[in-house]
Design a protein around this ligand. Sequence first.
Ligand code: SP5
Ligand code: ZN
Length: 329
Amino acid sequence: MRCFWDDRQRGHAPLTEFFNGNLHPAAEHPGRVDAILAALRTTEAPSDAGIEPILRVHDSGYVDFLHSAFTEWRSAGRDGDALPYTFPVVERRPLALDRIDAKLGQYSFDTATPIGEGTWAAAYWSAQTAIGALDAVLGGEANAFAFTRPPGHHAGSDYLGGYSYLNHAAICAEAALGSGRTKVAILDVDYHHGNGTQDIFAGREDVVFASIHADPSTDYPFFWGHADESRGNLLNLPLPRGTDWTDYAPALTRALDWIERHEPDLIVVCYGADTHEADPISFFRLKTSDYEPMARRVASLGVPTLILMEGGYAVDALGANVSAFLSGF
Ligand code: SP5
Ligand code: ZN
């Protein structure tokens, strides 16, 4: 399988994230990179498709903010990475505030997604990596893998969060539709609900979104991903902490049957290895040997498939988990 990666994606190197009342070492750190690259052997660098495919999904004010936030943070005399601390709660009136702290709050939904010096470039090249793999699939490959990092599925059209800045699945779905595909299915198997993707595509006829994830009554991102949000083009299948393959497999069958009924001409898989039993921030109990059958079931639909990397923080198991998943294709 052709695999895509750009070394500029390394430049995002957050040190800390804030949750449960404390700063913690960042889970989404560059140590993940070597673990996955070692498992991939060879990767191709993408060409530069420019900002246009990003702006088909993301608000231009948000993109400008991502681009300049770290410089503004430094100009405000701050050390370390930029993090928000004040948020406009739902229904606040829109304000065009200029202060960096106000903008960080406006465009973020959590305090775990810092912006550092290399964040914009890494997010930009992560998106290009996704588009490079998409182009391989649109060009006739049965499947391709983009090692997107930082990840993307928590980012909405005008917000960041969950270690995500640009929503690669959404960018690729829109690009595929712009290139003549007529229906795109996104299957999200990261441990966490893909809230950004759901927000971007809710109500659409040409994109369907199915997600299997930890129940948001116990797990991040809490405010999205509940079963009763399933309607029309959205299917949410929350599962309890402790879920193993025996309980996961029937949910996968439901998601794939639902996707098949929509007759997509492209599937985008958001793969997170944070469903693994050793993941330090997650609570499912999948094993490395479960990922190959998981992927084989997706492949059995016989639809061209783009695979994107989302989470997965058990660095020692990460390479084996990614290889196992890709081997199922
Ligand atoms: C792409 C992705 O997987 N993003 C996940 C973002 C989750 N960030 C929230 C961190 C809160 C973790 N709480 C876990 C408690 C562990 N004892
Ligand atoms: Zn996750």
